[in-house]
Ligand binder design. Structure first.
Ligand code: ADP
Ligand code: ZN
Length: 728
């Protein structure tokens, strides 16, 4: 194909470097085209870039340098350039940062390294053992595809030596091949599980859009265990059958183990993976193969959304309500919302799946912007029975958090050999360490936050900055000895209580900070699912989609914990979290029960959770937010200013507030500056401003103009969060 720009032509290049404009270069020998990934000289360095179009020619032509090299990877497609530009505009992110996000794979410019691969040979072994024929079957089934030794051995369920034996006989060929190989083809013709009537109807609803090859978003709302995964895997199968690619986003990589097994079951091979748990080599392979079409299905974390798919036909956002889809630092974006944007740009279907959808998605479905499909019944199981435990009526001993009623319920489950889960959304041993002599609470030196005792680590930890220090013997404030005491429970303290109350039970604590690696966590989850623990104590980590078949009792230790935040989503989140965690009970054949401890069981949110009447809850929430003009019925932008200098950050905030004309022009209101709820993190003082506008108002443009009026002092950082989810 002829290059768009001939050697020596001026081209404009977007680089990954923080420069606020495109740079002109001369097209290299052989030319280049828009979308080509290139290496360009910048000062003394070579940097990654992407050709964005014709050069402007307003630089001194004598100084313009040539593009160093065009990378041997699929060029960025127009759709992707458009997507990055739109995300940049929406989130007020500079384009170089978008390009960095879209090229987060190392060594894209390196020549491909080689590795050994195996494919079908000519020879026929004299003696065909079962193991040998399984290997040959796998190779035949995948029609000419080459595998690594491990892939082939795993798929055939044999050891590597069986494959090597076949190589010696000439039945399998061993070859050198570039490392970044296509992923095994997923067999979309394999039959899925026989779907129930309502599952089949939902699957058909999803497949229709996939077949038409058009954009559309569907809210797939189904109770926990209703088969949402089975249903959207049907849409994946249809998408693969259409020859297009599919992406499934999961909120938690600890969830991938179970999901990978299900994909293998369904399609005979695993998907490509994109998340923090994969090696750098795998990252590059995934990135390249997404671009070349050598990856049919990618599963991953939110940043998989920025992979350069060749032809993306389906995006599933599983557990779409999950807060981890919101990236809070660097490029601040919601992967759920950007998935909808990407889908609309590349004619893909978007599926937002959840048992407890976000109010945003629910409202979009109600307004007719999204299709809505419901699954109301569990597959092969009943929904757990829900009850509150009125803590005011319980004789819970001081320093304990498990009420006598909950204790008896756990005992009953233990006697029957079933599992119980104690849910408390607090990491560590105790949230507060108090000096009983002077009342001092131990805080972080760098943050305006109390330190949390982590007894397993034997240290105090700041959950804002991660700083740890040993537990002091004496009060740092008054010097009193032996008077420091833990106040309140965390999961580690619950473990202590559980060990005292149920001395014979095997106890497992699931909290993100207790696992050195994602793999260790995955293994623990699988072990628990297999029955390795009688009582599980967990933070919100356990609320996320895990399947524990033996689990029949969920005890929510403190349902009141999240109810009174100033956050506009406090009620919504409490509802989601407690419904989700309760939904872990009784997913298999034995019926489950959830016991919810509360000091205010008459609270409307607790009432809504107990009744399971989600629609009424969402309607009431929506009415309240509509009246207040807050999302999804109004728009917000959160601005955090931070600096080591407290005076500077307030001065700057006040000056910005005085110059609010660009905001007033669109009818927006500015609140603040005010000290942020966490007024200091990592030694930086934090000040918040909040812009509130009507739903249709062009908030991004106004905020950009407003914030752009002042040049920030060198040490002052401005972080702008469009559609903020958290307000700390
Ligand atoms: P959800 O994603 O809604 O929580 P899943 O898709 O994980 O639900 O389904 C819950 C369990 O029920 C899984 O173990 C799944 O394999 C099983 N299941 C769901 N639907 C069917 C079906 N039609 N046939 C067989 N098993 C099913
Ligand atoms: Zn800190």
């Amino acid at each position: 194909m002829r290059a768009e720009f001939a050697a020596g032509d001026l081209v404009a290049v977007l680089t990954t470097q923080p420069i606020d404009r495109l740079l002109d270069y001369k097209a290299p020998e052989g030319g280049c085209s828009t979308g080509d990934y290139v290496q360009v000289p910048l000062g003394p360095r070579q940097v990654l870039g992407c050709v964005w179009g014709a050069g402007r020619g307003d630089f001194d032509p004598g100084k313009i340098r040539p593009v160093h090299a065009v990378l041997d990877v699929a060029p960025m497609r127009a759709e992707m350039r458009q997507f990055l530009t739109r995300v940049a505009d929406y989130t007020l992110t500079p384009m170089p940062a978008m390009l960095r996000l879209a090229t987060r794979a190392p060594g894209l410019g390196d020549p491909p390294s080689m590795r050994k691969v195996y494919r079908l040979g000519q020879g026929v072994p004299e003696r065909l053992t079962g193991a040998r024929s399984r290997v040959l079957d796998v190779l035949r089934d995948h029609g000419g595809l080459a595998f690594t030794l491990k892939e082939l051995a795993d798929l055939a369920g044999v050891s590597g030596s069986v494959v090597k034996g076949l190589v010696a006989l000439g039945a399998v060929n061993e070859e050198q091949s570039p490392r970044d190989m296509p992923y095994p083809t997923l067999d979309h013709m394999r039959p899925g599980k026989a779907l129930t009537e309502s599952q089949a109807a939902a699957a058909a609803g999803l497949c229709e859009g996939v077949e038409e090859g058009v954009y559309g978003t569907t809210l797939l709302k189904g109770v926990t265990g209703s088969g949402k995964t089975e249903v959207y895997l049907e849409a994946v199968a249809r998408c693969l059958a259409m020859g297009r690619q599919a992406l499934v986003l999961l909120p938690e990589i600890a969830l991938t183990a179970e999901f990978l097994a299900r994909v293998r079951d369904r399609f005979g091979a695993g998907p490509a993976e994109w998340h923090s748990g994969i090696t750098m080599t795998e990252r590059r392979r995934c990135w390249k193969m997404a671009g070349e079409g050598g990856a049919g299905l990618v599963i991953g974390a939110r940043s998989a959304l920025y992979l350069p798919f060749r032809d993306l036909g389906l995006i599933v956002v599983d557990e779409e309500h999950d807060q981890s889809y919101k990236q809070e630092d660097g490029v601040v974006y919601s992967a759920r919302d950007m998935a909808v944007l990407r889908g609309s740009l590349c004619s893909a279907q978007v599926v937002l799946a959840s048992a407890t959808p976000s109010l945003e998605s629910w409202a979009n479905a109600r307004a007719g912007k999204y299709q809505r499909l419901d699954l109301d019944a569990r597959y092969g199981a009943v929904m757990p029975r829900m009850r509150t435990i009125d803590m005011r009526a319980e004789q819970t001993p001081a320093g304990r958090w498990i009420s006598p009623t909950l204790q008896r319920a756990v005992e009953a489950r233990l006697e029957r050999g079933e599992q119980a889960l104690m849910f408390l959304n607090r990491r560590g041993y105790a949230p507060v360490t108090l000096c009983r002599a002077c009342g001092h609470q131990i805080g972080c030196d760098h943050c305006d936050a109390r330190m949390v005792e982590h007894r397993f680590l034997k240290r105090l930890m700041c959950h804002q900055c991660g700083e740890t220090k040993p537990m002091p013997e004496t009060c740092p404030e008054c010097g009193a000895e032996g008077r420091l005491a833990p106040v309140g429970p965390g999961v580690e303290r619950m473990a202590e209580e559980v060990a005292e109350l149920f001395p014979d039970a095997r106890v497992a604590v699931l909290s993100s900070d207790l696992f050195a690696s994602a793999r260790a966590l995955k293994e623990q989850i699988l072990a628990i699912a297999g029955g390795a623990a009688d009582i599980i104590i967990g933070t919100q980590l356990v609320a996320k989609g895990h399947n524990f078949p033996l689990l029949t009792l969920v005890g929510v230790i403190d349902a009141d914990l999240g109810l009174h935040g100033s956050d506009l989503r406090a009620a919504e989140r409490t509802f989601q979290l407690i419904s989700q965690v309760s939904g872990r009970a009784g997913r298999a054949d034995k019926p489950g029960e959830a016991l919810v401890q509360s000091y205010q069981p008459e609270h409307p949110v607790i009432g809504a959770i107990l009744s399971g009447d989600q629609e009424s809850f969402l309607k009431a929430e929506a009415a309240e937010r509509e009246a207040a003009g807050v999302p999804p019925f109004g728009r917000l932008a959160g601005i955090v200013l931070s600096s080591p200098d407290m005076g500077e950050v307030f001065d700057f905030g006040n000056e910005l507030a005085r110059r609010d004309a660009p905001l007033r022009r669109i009818g927006a209101r500015l609140y603040g500056p005010a000290p942020a709820p966490i007024a200091r993190i990592r030694g930086r003082h934090r000040v918040r401003l909040l812009v509130k506008a009507d739903k249709g108002a062009p908030i991004q443009a106004a905020v950009a103009e407003w914030a752009g009026q002042l040049k920030a002092p060198a040490n002052l950082r401005i972080q702008i969060d469009i559609d903020p989810q958290s307000f700390y």
